[in-house]
Ligand binder design. Structure first.
Ligand code: OOG
Ligand code: NI
Length: 453
């Protein structure tokens, strides 16, 4: 790479912190949430020297305090395609396909995120990005009106488009260009308290689905939440009311475990905000909220199938309308069937790990893939859990729903359309499980090569 260029990792890091600063200005509760999460993380680390050590060894500790994800929703294939090019400047690629229509939300999504080990270590910032599926609106007139409104807007500044093209032509950006790029990207994600449509149009779209109004009626895809990573989501959920935050009823995802798997999430309700409409009418809109997440180990296909099966079983047998404590107790019971020791998870091929060579151990016997168990037993190979970097469709639907006032629309249930999404995107999405498998394999090979010396 040209030495005059700034690395994509650095641009992403600057972007993540600029977005966080902007969102703290826009939504002060997000600042309170950040402080609470940081305090709880400190307490957890102080009380668990073992965890502290493990996180340090796997290079997880350094990223905890900068780690977060955001979410946006766009309205057209062109917007999605340009976003892909914008995120590419920051080393963020589309990973995974999520169909939310089956949960009554008329969108499908991907996550733009870094993929390489070194990039994830530097700053794993991810953006959950949803594309509105206008074709799911049944009323033809409304669908056409929405499409017309969307085609009249440009969510990117002229400068950012120039800089994206420059990046693509040169293969990088200078320090000055990179700084300007970050400033210009903020314009795309900024909140606007004035809608582009009159109140009557907003209400028609809102009556069809609140999300449609949110995507169609504004100048751009305002960031709708930013999510810090906590080391103890149950504790943060418990303490939220003490800092004036009202959390959603239940934590999404798997239950609390010795070996955390995948992703647990909870959020606080969207704020009601004043909006000025194009006809000077005043109104309100709720879009922006806060969320926290706790990340655990990534699962293989086999592990994910077990997770999905247990989650479905838990939902079927769940006590109706249970509060979080009862919900979690019930989940824990059903998830007894999911092994809760790292060695068992590894042996049964349920989860992904990173392998590390331990220096200074004299190895008995051959160094080969067949000898992995023996090398671990000898202390020559160390194993650490590989963190899940992605999202969960059932949880995402729960987060969407908790902010849509519970008005679910069963009639959106339709088949997933990954192909159509990828056509809009301009590329295929990366298969997340394939990616974990490749990283695990690479780490094992590198560790063995080091041991073989
Ligand atoms: C995205 C909701 C999904 C998550 O963390 O699963 C999400 C949205 O509301 O736009 O952010
Ligand atoms: Ni989220």
């Amino acid at each position: 790479m040209n030495r005059a260029f700034v690395s994509s990792d650095k641009i992403r890091d600057q972007f993540a912190s600029a977005m966080s600063a902007m969102y703290q200005q826009e939504v002060p509760q997000y600042g309170s949430l950040l402080s609470l999460v940081e305090a709880v993380n400190q307490e957890v680390l102080a009380a668990n020297p073992g965890l502290n050590n493990e996180l340090q060894h796997s290079d997880e500790l350094a990223r905890i305090n900068v780690e977060r994800h955001g979410a946006i929703r766009v309205g057209s294939p062109d917007e999605l395609a340009m976003l892909r090019r914008m995120f590419a400047v920051m080393g963020m690629e589309p990973v995974g396909y999520y169909d939310l229509s089956t949960a009554g939300v008329p969108v499908h999504s991907t996550a733009f995120r870094p993929v390489a080990d070194s990039a994830l270590k530097r700053n794993p910032f991810r953006v959950f990005t949803s594309l509105l599926r206008l074709e799911l609106i049944e009323k033809v007139e409304l669908r056409e009106q929405a499409s017309e409104i969307l085609s009249a807007r440009d969510i990117f500044t002229a400068n950012v488009k120039t800089l994206i093209e420059r990046f693509e032509q040169q293969g990088g950006l200078s320090a000055d260009d990179a700084l300007q790029f970050v400033q210009e990207t903020l314009e795309t994600f900024r909140w606007h308290d004035n809608a582009t449509v009159d109140l009557a149009t907003y209400e028609r779209l809102h009556d069809e689905h609140r999300l449609i109004a949110d995507v169609v009626c504004f100048r751009g895809p305002h960031i709708n939440h930013l999510t810090p990573r906590t080391l103890d989501i149950d504790e943060v959920q418990r303490r939220m009311p003490s800092v004036g935050i009202d959390p959603k009823a239940t934590i999404e995802g798997p239950p609390r475990r010795e070996c955390p798997i995948l992703l647990r999430q909870t959020s606080f309700k969207a704020l009601e905000e004043r909006i000025a409409f194009a006809d000077d009418a005043e109104g309100k809109h709720t879009a922006r909220f806060g969320e926290i997440e706790q990340r655990g180990i990534a699962l293989t296909h086999k592990g994910r199938e077990l997770y999905d099966r247990l989650l479905a079983a838990a939902r079927e047998s769940a006590p109706k309308g249970a509060a979080n404590d009862a919900h979690q107790a019930h989940l824990s019971e059903v998830f007894q069937a999911f092994p809760d020791e790292y060695e068992t998870l590894r042996h049964q091929g349920l989860a992904f790990f990173n392998y590390h060579a331990v220096q200074g151990v004299s190895v008995q016997g051959p160094v080969s893939i067949e000898q992995v168990d023996s090398l671990i037993a000898q202390g020559a190979l160390r194993v650490t859990p590989m963190i899940y970097e992605d999202f969960l469709p059932v949880s995402a639907a729960g987060i969407f729903q908790s902010n849509l006032g519970g008005d679910s629309h069963d009639h959106y249930a339709s088949s997933a359309s990954q192909q159509q999404f990828e056509q809009a995107l301009g590329v295929t999405v990366i298969d997340e499980i394939e990616l974990y498998a490749q990283r695990q394999q690479a780490s094992l090979q590198q560790a063995l090569a080091q041991l073989a010396g």
